[in-house]
Design a protein around this ligand. Sequence first.
Ligand SMILES: [Zn+2]
Length: 348
Amino acid sequence: MIIDCHGHYTTAPGELQKFRDAQIAGLKDPALTPSSTRLNISDEQIRESLENAQLKLQRERGTDLTIFSPRASAMAHHIGAEPTSLSWSRVCNDLIRRVCALYPDNFAGVCQLPQSPGVPPANSAAELERCVRELGFIGCNLNPDPSGGHWTSPPLTDRYWYPLYEKMVELDVPAMVHVSSSCNANFHATGAHYINADTTAFMQFLTADLFKDFPALRFIIPHGGGAVPFHWGRYRGLAQDLKRPPLEELMKNNVFFDTCVYHQPGIELLLKVVPIDNILFGSEMVGAVRGIDPRTGHALLRRHQALHRCVTPEPRGPGEVVRRQRPQGIPKATCRPRLTRGRMRCPP
Ligand SMILES: [Zn+2]
């Protein structure tokens, strides 16, 4: 089974954005605030939004299950205050739950957290718990920069984040480190802010003892780990100079990169330098880059499929990176994949 660890509901019915627009308008004029968080979206609309997008691409490209979360660039934690973020997160997460209920074999849910600049991450623990315990989600997207490009929060290794990590460990769920839109004109959201954040998170993990405090804490750094694989020699050297453990040891049970880099040479480099157990197949489908490559005539997105050319489908070999094992006797729909040392597994 091929699991795609990184997918967003970028094709959600327009009613979701209408709710958000009204919510944002309500920040200036409270009379415009939506009176209800119930979206007028039918199951049929949800099916339509997925059939010719994520589901079609799953079928065409031979993937089975997508770990699915709300649209990352729309999280926009910098808009409004904490109540705005909480309401928006719950609406988005509830919609993901409906997707997973309609297509339990195709999607497993990951939640958006109700983060807000200056608000302690501990305040996001309750929504994470609701999503895992009540909605059956298997992880969260954690924004290291709720300010949207101004980096006003302490580093991810700071004790500021610990209460949320305690909840993640208690619930046994990983987080994808995922920023949202940028309101700093220096940083294009998907072209600079995302990749900067991936690289920044890795360097933060490298310089602190977070995983000594939380041996079971797991993070996925998306977009191929940002600039890290290309500069692997730099980070190895920095770790050595700073008297830190080797990178392989640092990442071992705690830090994973996905394969979302949109070109074959990037995937080959990733697989060459980063320990294979720390790489997860991820496509960001349907994500930041959607065009057709004029050199090949194929969607750039399709480059992710090139991963299959790079891995050996041997049991317990690199091909295992993208497999999910379902124990006998557990119905497919109730099997929640779990990330263990780079492999998605169902809980026993
Ligand atoms: Zn993403």
